[in-house]
Write a protein that binds this ligand. Structure first.
Ligand code: GLN
Length: 450
């Protein structure tokens, strides 16, 4: 439990150095099998840990994350560390500055323990598109851990770190959190600075947290949230003490037949509804059926937007400034997006795809906005099926369909989080809670009750 560990570190009963050493030992022994880290920051982490312990000994004030080991997804810049985005394109690229989120973590005495494996340039839902090999699901060996924040989720689930950062464009924090049986939070769009993030899609991406407990995930959001001069898409919205919320009761919970219809594995829907029933009993809440008639178009709406924005974002990887030329070094999925994005951008003279996708994005956001007039939160499954076996060939359509329930939150810019609901076939299954934009306090108080 993060809260207890923090108290022990701050009181000197357990040292930051020991915390880091224990994780390093475990990573060394077990990560060959899991493949969750692309870089382990052994020296840097131990040095920082000693400095923190010294401050504690000298009774100096330490930060909110004092001595905790934080794993960072390999698309978020950490000065001096290899920011590869799990691609050969950036194989030798090192971060030249700290992303806003990393700067904030360090300022609160969090310790960066390493950089995690991921789908190449965050393009994927399984972790298998990494140029450095797939990551194992520590909670269901042989299966994918989900993606694209595959290594971040696996590192948390395997006890290789206290908290991890992931990024979520269409579900990349929530999907692996679900498959690995942990907590994952995608904040509202504009809540957390993306300065220093190699974007998949600048209009959808958000950096968020993964952790074994809600307290740790919430504490990380509290630390990284806030307006940044360096990211003009951030908002100056009040940040609450998310890790220390009073528990609320009586939620109006929205559920939708539109999600149920999209859930290919009906056992998942049933399990999520059982967990919802427990929440209702515990918090004296009520269920309200809501109509989300456009969510069935979420996947088709999302991909044209991502393809075009990704294509545009990757023009800087032309082999001159950063790494190698992307088209010559990337994997199949990344190339599909670049070529697809190029085509769609051309076809835009007729407003054929991108503008249509933008119009449908608005409809999906409107459905959710209408729903939130009647309910406080919405509950749904996280993925429509269980994670497949590593290496099992699944179609592009099936791979994209993993995000059918998570994409709507990105399209609408709202916040959402995942908690474990239980297991099916010895594989973890999560439950998703969605809340209106900038209502992270409401979201987290519900997650606390689950
Ligand atoms: N699986 C989705 C995609 O491939 C989402 C990725 C993400 O959220 N980064 O685009």
């Amino acid at each position: 439990m993060i809260k207890e560990k923090l108290a022990q570190i701050k009181s000197g009963k357990f040292t930051a150095e020991r915390n880091i050493q224990e994780f390093l030992k475990k990573i060394k022994q077990e990560d060959k099998k899991i493949n969750s880290f692309l870089y382990v920051a052994k020296k840097e982490a131990l040095k920082q840990a000693k400095e923190i312990d010294k401050k504690i000994k000298e009774k100096k004030k330490v930060g909110k994350l004092a001595g905790l080991a934080i794993a960072v997804k390999s698309c978020i810049s950490v000065c001096g560390m290899p920011i590869t985005c799990a691609s050969k394109t950036l194989e030798n690229y090192k971060g030249t500055f700290d992303a806003d989120v990393v700067r904030k973590i360090k300022a609160e005495d969090g310790i960066i323990i390493g950089l995690t494996n991921m789908d190449e340039f965050a393009s994927g839902s399984s972790g298998e598109t990494s140029a450095y090999g797939a990551t194992q699901n520590p909670k269901a060996l042989g299966r994918i851990p989900g993606g694209s924040s595959s290594g971040s989720a696996a590192a948390v689930a395997a006890d290789f770190c206290d908290i991890a950062l992931g990024t979520d464009t269409g579900g990349s924090i929530r999907n692996p959190a679900s498959h690995c049986g942990i907590i994952g939070i995608k904040p509202s769009y504009g809540r957390v600075s993306r300065y220093g993030l190699v974007d998949l899609s600048m209009s959808l991406d958000q950096i968020g947290s993964l952790c074994k407990d809600v307290f740790g995930a919430a504490l990380m959001i509290e630390v990284i949230a806030g307006k940044s001069e360096k990211d003009p898409t951030t908002y100056d919205e009040p940040i609450k003490n998310y890790s220390n919320l009073k528990s609320e009761k009586h939620f109006r919970i929205g559920i939708s037949k539109d999600f149920e219809a999209l859930c290919t594995d009906k056992r998942i829907y049933k399990l999520v509804m059982e967990k919802t029933a427990e929440l209702i009993k515990k918090t004296a809440s009520q269920i309200i059926n809501i109509n989300l008639k456009h969510v069935k178009l979420a996947v088709q709406t999302y991909y044209p937007l991502v393809y075009v924005e990704f294509f545009s974002g990757t023009r800087k990887f032309d082999g001159r400034r950063f790494g190698k030329k992307i088209e010559e070094t990337c994997g199949e999925e990344v190339l599909r997006r670049i070529l697809g994005g190029k085509e769609i951008s051309r076809a835009e003279y007729g407003g054929q795809y991108y503008r249509k996708a933008l119009a449908t994005k608005k409809e999906i956001a409107k459905d959710l906005e209408e729903a939130f007039k009647k309910v406080d939160i919405i509950i749904s499954p996280v993925t429509p099926r269980l994670p497949h076996k590593i290496g099992e060939k699944i179609s592009v359509e099936d791979m994209y369909a993993y995000d059918a329930f998570t994409i709507p939150a990105n399209l609408a810019g709202i916040c959402a989080g995942v908690v474990p609901a239980g297991e099916i076939d010895k594989t973890p299954v999560g439950l998703q809670v969605m809340a209106p934009a900038f209502k992270e306090d409401l979201l987290l108080s519900v997650l606390n009750e689950l």
